[in-house]
Design a protein around this ligand. Structure first.
Ligand code: ADP
Ligand code: MG
Ligand code: ZN
Length: 630
């Protein structure tokens, strides 16, 4: 802790106020306590008439008194609420009851009436003052870091709890070594790395990994989210950073973990809407602290982000977060391992095949898989099963992939269009060689506005795609629209998403992967794209000429329209099949891939579209091969 700063005063003011309020409340309750069990006024009048009242004290709002003889419960005191009754005094006189007027003790309510607001006002004012004070120079240091401190054995997470990110874990094992035996490294004059940045899509286990490092090294873990730094008052964030590092330095070796660093570390830009004073000041403080602390002290600053491209370059400089560890989505074997971790607490039926589930969930991150296991367990519980079965997993996967099942009413005409559309996707996918087999076709409406979907099941994860694969995918995407044309001679808006994806893919082929002969082996930068988030960035035209732009457009159009022709040709060839599949779908709503293949078997052998001479391949992640139609 920084010795120059006075110890943080406890928020005594708040306690005083609370205490005072409590005392007042008790006092009030005591004063206002009714003297006896309240009686209905009519009963009271009856008592008066019967001459049973000994004494009566008339208050503003109530009457209290004593009875001459105890009532059923053995009490003589009673009270009743006063009612406007001008004859009461006469009656009391007539019965010879001793009565007095009562001066009600009103100071308390009145005091409360005006003292309380004033107190609150003063309290709020003092509170604000302190916050500002803390911001300005730590006078009252209200801005103490809210960082959650996990003491040594608090972090129970180890690398055992993380799966599917083997490379990242391997790199982090080195960090664990640094933290366990810092001397071993510093004795030879080496410096322990300062900053490690975990970069990867959301839900891949970055936070989990950081905690695992602390757990493995058995060191304290200080964690804070980047957004927690950014406060309303300028300077509070900076004070927090200072404080966080002061605490960490006292506990070295330890880990300081800043989650969601992008909230804090966005590149400092001149924004027309006024500058982000607070964020910048906080960021500057962070940079200063990272440079400032003693490199021989084993403090490792870890940070996580899923948007590395927006980070301020100053953060990535050597001596700061110079080590970047990629935490990517797991592959098929990784997914199985993650599932294995999460099913530990779940009662599984022997029918559950985790390898199969892993195969059906390409593109799922660790958090999605954890969620999947949970959803499946909930589904099984809802059906009063004693263990979670494969069918529960199947349903949960479908829900997660296509959104929750919706009971939407769709008119028969629309249903027919959707059935033709999905049949088109499926038949084209099966007819083309080398495509992932169709797993399921459905015309059951789902969330996210998807009216139906055709799901292809990849046999394996792919990291590289050949040109023909891409063309085939575009063809499959256009299969839906083509089926509508072939079967109905009319087109609908259902293909919008298909067209968008087909066009995007074709454009990437031309501008990123050099797959167009007439445009050539050139890469056109499309501006900074988020590597991990599917956030649409504003369209930006690359640094190329008008002619190139035209050539690109022309090529994109050509690729899409040739694929469209292929899809149409295939569907015309399989016209009967299209009809059969559609009718089957209209009847059953859902069809398995096997069923489709069985129907296709007697049909003609698949027709191959012309294959180009080149076989370049473009980087293409695990594309989502579910063709949903909106
Ligand atoms: P991130 O910080 O990358 O967004 P988290 O670490 O917060 O992701 O992951 C959220 C949850 O998902 C974890 O608590 C864990 O249950 C699960 N999870 C994510 N990735 C993995 C993984 N690689 N192995 C096991 N579980 C994981
Ligand atoms: Mg996280
Ligand atoms: Zn479609």
């Amino acid at each position: 802790m920084n010795p120059k700063r006075p110890a943080a005063p406890k928020p005594t003011f708040l306690w005083w106020t609370l205490g005072l309020l409590l005392v007042m409340a008790i006092a009030q309750a005591w004063f206002m306590q009714p003297a006896g069990p309240p009686l209905p006024y009519s009963e009271f009048k009856a008592l008066v008439r019967n001459g049973q009242i000994a004494e009566l004290s008339i208050g503003d709002t109530d009457l209290r008194g004593t009875l001459k003889s105890p009532d059923a419960s053995g009490q003589t005191a009673f009270s009743t609420v006063r009612i406007d009754d001008p004859k009461l005094v006469e009656e009391l006189d007539a019965r010879g009851v001793k009565y007095t007027g009562e001066v009600v003790n009103r100071w308390l309510p009145e005091l409360l009436g005006w003292v309380l607001p004033v107190l609150l006002l003063v309290g709020f004012w003092a509170f604000m003052l302190r916050r500002m004070g803390g911001a300005e120079g730590g006078v009252m240091s209200f801005a103490r870091s809210k960082a959650k401190i996990f003491a040594e054995d608090d972090v129970k997470v180890s690398f055992q709890d993380v799966a599917g990110v083997d490379e990242a874990a391997q790199e982090l094992r080195e960090i664990v070594e640094f933290l366990k035996t810092p001397k071993k490294y510093t004795n030879l004059g080496g410096k322990i790395p300062k900053g490690v940045m975990l970069v990867g899509p959301p839900g891949t286990g970055k936070t989990l990994l950081a905690r695992a490092v602390a757990g493995e090294a058995k060191v304290p873990f200080f964690s804070l989210s980047g957004s927690e730094f950014v406060e309303m008052f300028v300077g509070v964030g900076a004070a927090r950073v200072r404080d966080l590092f002061a605490q960490a330095e006292a506990k070295a070796p330890c880990i300081v973990f800043i989650d969601e660093l992008d909230a804090l570390g966005k590149a400092r830009v001149q924004s027309p809407m006024g500058s982000h004073e607070e964020r910048e000041q906080t960021l500057n403080q962070l940079l200063a602290e990272m440079d400032g602390f003693d490199p021989r002290k084993a403090i490792i600053i870890m940070a996580a982000t899923n948007r590395p491209e927006v980070l301020d370059p100053a953060l990535l400089r050597p001596g700061r977060f110079d080590r970047q560890v990629l935490v990517d989505k797991p592959d098929i074997r990784g997914r199985e391992a993650v599932l294995r971790i999460h099913v530990r607490q779940v009662t599984l039926s022997p029918s559950v095949d985790l390898a199969k589930i892993a195969a059906r969930t390409p593109g799922f991150a660790g958090a999605d898989l954890a969620n999947l296991v949970n959803e499946s367990a909930l589904l099984a519980a809802r059906r009063d099963k004693t263990s979670v079965e494969m069918s529960d997993f199947d349903e949960a996967i479908e829900r997660l992939i296509a959104g929750l099942e919706k009971k939407r009413v769709i008119n028969p005409k629309e249903r027919e269009i959707i059935a033709y559309h999905e049949s088109g996707h499926a038949i084209v996918a099966e007819a083309l060689s080398g495509m992932d087999p169709v797993h399921k076709i459905s015309i059951v409406a789902r969330g996210f506005g998807a009216l139906g979907y055709t799901m292809q099941l990849p046999v394996e994860d792919r990291y590289l795609m050949q040109k023909q694969d891409l063309l085939n995918q575009i063809t499959v995407l256009l299969g839906g629209r083509s089926a509508e044309e072939v079967a109905l001679g009319a087109i609908s808006t259902g293909a919008q998403n298909d067209l968008q994806r087909a066009t995007d893919m074709a454009r990437s082929m031309v501008t990123e992967w050099g797959m167009s002969e007439s445009v050539g082996l050139v890469h056109f930068d499309q501006g900074k794209r988020s590597r991990f988030l599917d956030v649409a960035m504003p369209a930006q035209r690359g640094p190329y000429s008008e002619e190139t732009a035209q050539a690109i457009d022309h090529e994109v159009r050509r690729i899409v329209s040739e694929s469209h022709d292929t899809a149409r040709r295939l569907l015309i060839e399989h016209r009967d099949l299209l009809e059969q599949v559609t009718q089957r779908l209209l009847k059953k709503e859902v069809m398995e891939g096997e069923e489709l293949r069985a129907m296709m078997a007697p049909a003609a052998p698949p027709v191959l579209p012309p294959v180009g001479p080149e076989a370049e391949s473009g980087p293409q992640g695990k594309a989502d091969r579910t063709t949903a139609s909106a």
